[in-house]
Ligand binder design. Structure first.
Ligand SMILES: Nc1ncnc2c1ncn2[C@@H]1O[C@H](COP(=O)(O)OP(=O)(O)OP(=O)(O)O)[C@@H](O)[C@H]1O
Length: 232
């Protein structure tokens, strides 16, 4: 079991924004987290990654509490928002820096980047610009590519399709599918885009006011069911 959540709660003031009794994610699953604004998706992801402390409960990665160990950091990669970037670097400098944290040489990083030319669509590499000068969509591309470069077993992405152009959205889905089939990558992604989520995920978790309202395996009716749920 790559991830196990036990009685996880986050309380701000008198408001419980995440309240998940039990949840587990197995190796190789692609799980989509959906829910309206304020449902608690980002807060939940931040607790998964030990970026904020839960008020109660625990997150176990391969059986170890993420608050008490570091081993999970070797096989987990994530991109939640631009806060993960270093905006006064160029994308190349940023990739080299992230690579150096994961024992990748400059040659390894260049080899990796050359495989992602299509994903970058000519806009990221050799642009001579700092990350801060890129559009939000292109900043997202840098963050997602840096996460993938770490060759993770477990990938967490918060709204990866937002701000990406349709071509890149489709390319990202293709990349996620091939990493799943080639390397059994486990992916946990949040999204407001029900089409993309049902397209790429094999399991969908619906969060509302911090609670898991639905947790089901995707089938051919899932998109319609989700659309009905959200139109009520
Ligand atoms: N630091 C904080 N202090 C107080 N309340 C917070 C804090 N962080 C988040 N919240 C509240 O927690 C709730 C959940 O927010 P969160 O960002 O996790 O939702 P979300 O599902 O990711 O929403 P969105 O789809 O808009 O990104 C919201 O009501 C938010 O206002």
């Amino acid at each position: 079991m790559i991830l196990e959540i036990k009685n996880l709660k986050k309380v701000y003031g008198d408001k419980t924004v995440v309240n998940i009794e039990y949840l587990q994610i197995a190796e190789g699953e692609t799980v989509g987290l959906v829910g309206n604004n304020g449902a608690g998706k980002t807060t939940f992801f931040r607790m998964l990654l030990d970026l904020i402390r839960p008020s109660e409960g625990s997150v176990l990665s391969k059986g170890e509490n993420v608050m008490q160990t570091d081993a999970w950091k070797d096989y987990t990669a994530s991109f939640l928002d631009e806060g993960f970037l270093i905006d006064y670097l160029t994308p190349e400098e940023y990739f080299i820096f992230i690579g150096s944290l994961h024992n990748l040489s400059q040659a390894d990083v260049s080899a990796y980047l050359s495989r992602y030319t299509e994903f970058f669509n000519g806009e990221i590499i050799n642009s001579g610009k700092y990350i801060r000068d890129f559009s939000k969509g292109n900043q997202n591309k840098v963050g997602i590519a840096a996460a993938l470069m770490q060759n993770p077993e477990f990938l967490v992405l918060d709204e990866p399709f937002a701000n990406l152009d349709p071509t890149t959205q489709i390319r990202l889905k293709t990349i996620l599918r091939s990493l799943k089939s080639e390397r059994r990558l486990t992916t946990f992604i949040s999204s407001h885009d029900l089409n993309h989520v049902t397209d790429v995920c094999d399991r969908i978790i619906l969060l509302e006011k911090g609670l898991v309202i639905k947790d089901f395996m995707k089938d051919e009716n899932s998109l319609k069911e989700l659309e009905e749920y959200f139109s009520e």
